[in-house]
Design a protein around this ligand. Structure first.
Ligand SMILES: Cc1cc2nc3c(=O)[nH]c(=O)nc-3n(C[C@H](O)[C@H](O)[C@H](O)COP(=O)(O)OP(=O)(O)OC[C@H]3O[C@@H](n4cnc5c(N)ncnc54)[C@H](O)[C@@H]3O)c2cc1C
Length: 446
């Protein structure tokens, strides 16, 4: 564990990425406060999470992987159908993950990962999480007040919190981002698609280990499952691109189900409208896309997760990359604290730490955004070129495997791990990790 200093971090947002920050900062011995606008951290809200090996490896370091396995399901295969129900392909990426990293990806409800991340925090870390704290702004403190507290966060209720730096983990409509200079416009991400998602009890003839996909003009459907629940994700292109928040109503959801209710759910003659009738919860949102070219402002504020980059969920990368941001950032903060001999690192040193973090993450973020951008357009037959790519070229023998090996494997392989945790690699397949875990035996091995 690193030397303690009065270096302190304020994390805005207690979603899955903010809670990962609580774990990581706690393990690195860095003081923190988390401010969350909701009344409670554990709420039965949000859609689905598909955890890829790079995310699972981080969860393993945080000590929560086994608890996640209890509520999750291993995804082992996928099937692809047309709107009329005819089969046109399989999705073998889980199998290839297993081949390369010796682990199956996991599917779970977002609410479950939030609950497990929160409940597994040590008591002293949980006591640093404050709810009912809607952050309104962040400001710099005058240099004369510089006792290691350089930023002030002001909440809507008038309360203030001072820290050395602020990490914005406050989602796609980030307030922290709005307060930052030099990161771009107020709404940097544009939406061209929206999603209707809902949960319903899994039917016995829906295999929980299979991801079902339906592709076709303008509409794409994904069904993922756990032992007890199925999660439907229906994508539709917006009439025109949109920036900023949109609140959808239950009438909007019903209207989309009326339009797309004919889509097949599995091979047993069931349709989307049938499973919609059994839903236990639902939501609709625009799907913003994009990433910030710069995620920090000076040595005081830095963004992680959806606040910094946003993908459509079809490839299941958003949270995986958000938790990876936290790990990369905490590693750099740990180095900065260690270099300052335990004293509060200077503003310039922290800016350099943010810069190194961004340099580590940017190539992966760019690639993840491109993969997600392509996949939603292929699945909704955006135009002839995307149709050709998704339905013809990728379906030629060996092509999807080659693309996975050349594009997706390197993205997973670059997964980051916490420097401050010593552990044996949990997943060793035929592809070595680029950032091996420190195993406490002198040097890292993978
Ligand atoms: C339908 C759907 C399916 C998805 N599937 C996957 C998947 O399979 N795999 C995957 O990796 N990702 C998936 N994602 C993406 C994933 O859910 C997000 O990337 C992830 O939730 C981002 O986490 P976050 O903590 O950065 O932001 P959020 O989850 O948005 O959390 C932000 C938190 O900050 C709080 N907050 C916001 N503003 C303030 C404020 N002013 N003051 C204080 N607190 C504030 C919010 O209340 C919230 O708790 C999916 C997303 C959707 C919509």
């Amino acid at each position: 564990m690193m030397a303690k200093s009065s270096f302190s971090v304020i994390v805005v947002g207690g979603g899955p990425v903010g809670l990962t920050a609580a774990h990581a900062l706690s393990k690195a011995g860095i003081d923190f406060t988390i401010l969350e606008r909701r009344e409670t951290i554990i709420e039965d809200i949000g859609a689905t999470i598909f955890l890829w090996p790079q995310g699972m490896r981080i969860m393993s370091q945080l000590g929560v992987l086994e608890s996640l396995r209890e509520v999750a399901m291993e995804s082992q295969l996928g099937t692809q159908q047309e709107h009329d129900g005819s089969m046109f392909g399989t999705i073998n990426s889980p199998e290839w993950c297993h081949e390369h990293f010796h682990v199956w990806p996991l599917t779970m409800a977002r609410a479950d990962i939030v609950k497990i991340l929160y409940n597994s925090l040590p008591e002293n870390a949980r006591s640093k999480i404050h709810v009912n704290k809607k952050v309104a702004s962040t400001t710099s403190l005058p240099a004369s007040e510089d006792d290691g507290k350089r930023t002030r966060v002001t909440c809507a209720d008038g309360s203030t919190y001072d820290g050395t730096i602020v990490i914005g983990a406050d989602g796609v409509h980030s307030v922290v981002r709005k307060s930052m200079a030099g990161v771009g416009p107020e709404f940097p991400f544009q939406a061209k698609y929206r999603i209707l998602w809902f949960h319903y009890p899994r039917a016995p003839d829906t295999a929980a280990t299979i991801v079902y996909e339906v592709h076709g003009k303008g509409l794409m459907l994904q069904i993922l499952s756990t032992e007890t629940s199925s999660f439907a994700l229906l994508y539709k292109r917006l009439d025109k691109p949109h920036r900023g928040y949109v609140r959808y109503t239950s009438e909007d959801m019903e209207a989309l189900v009326a339009e797309a209710g004919f889509l097949p759910v599995g091979k047993k003659g069931r349709a989307l409208r049938d499973v919609w009738a059994t839903k236990t919860k639902a939501g609709m949102a625009n799907l913003e896309e994009g990433y910030l070219k710069k995620v920090y402002s000076g040595g005081k504020t830095v963004l992680v997760g959806d606040a910094a980059h946003k993908v459509t969920p079809h490839s299941g990368l958003g949270l995986n990359e958000g938790v990876s941001d936290v790990v990369s950032l905490v590693n750099e903060l740990g180095k900065a604290v260690a270099c300052s001999g335990g004293a509060v690192p200077g503003e310039r040193e922290l800016e350099l730490a943010f810069e190194r973090h961004q340099k580590t993450r940017m190539p992966v973020i760019k690639k993840g955004n491109l993969i997600s951008w392509l996949s939603v357009r292929q699945g909704t037959f955006r135009n002839k070129a995307f149709w050709l790519m998704g339905r013809v070229i990728l379906k030629m023998p060996g092509v999807d495997r080659l693309v996975f090996r050349k594009v997706v494997i390197p993205l997973i392989q670059q997964g980051v791990v916490l420097d401050c945790v010593e552990q044996e690699e949990p997943f060793l397949g035929k592809t070595a990790w680029k950032n091996p875990m420190r195993n406490g035996k002198g040097d890292a091995k993978a």
